[in-house]
Design a protein around this ligand. Structure first.
Ligand code: HEC
Length: 121
């Protein structure tokens, strides 16, 4: 039991570290074109439009909701993109993305919600 929670904590810290590292990267790198290409390459845009509702909420609505996101919220969102989940926007679940590297997930999430703060949409 104790070993399991220690492992869970280690997993959390590793993911948090990659989220923070990715956040630093996202702030300095990744043009809009590059990030949009990544969202296309990873299949996100099958369910997410920039401004129109598809299967999931549009990225501009996500950006508005999380414009003041803390690092912890970014971690939670990153984990949700990786593992899937539902309940924040409706009953339709987002599927898990098991092949997406966690640092990449954090970079995408950070960029998506940064679009609201930057006011570029
Ligand atoms: C199969 C459809 C589908 C795909 C593919 C998909 N999403 Fe989603 N996504 C959803 C749905 C549906 C929701 C709303 C879930 C909810 O209500 O909590 C969502 C929610 C989100 C949220 C907000 C989560 C929250 O709790 O507010 C983010 C951020 C997000 N997606 C990012 C991504 C990224 C990045 C990718 C690509 C790696 C991706 N999504 C791929 C369907 C999808």
């Amino acid at each position: 039991m104790r070993k399991r929670s220690a492992l869970a904590l280690l997993g959390f810290l590793a993911l948090l570290a990659s989220a923070l590292a990715a956040r630093a990267v996202a702030e300095t790198a990744g043009s809009a074109e590059e990030m949009k290409q990544a969202l296309a390459d990873y299949g996100c845009i099958a369910c997410h439009g920039e401004a129109e509702v598809r299967i999931g909420p549009p990225f501009d609505a996500i950006a508005r909701r999380y414009s003041a996101a803390t690092d912890e919220q970014i971690y939670v969102l990153t984990r949700k993109v990786l593992r899937g989940g539902a309940g924040n926007w409706g009953i339709v679940p987002m599927n898990a993305q098991p092949d997406l590297p966690s640092a990449e997930a954090a970079r995408l999430v950070t960029w998506i919600i940064g679009q609201g703060a930057a006011g570029t949409r």
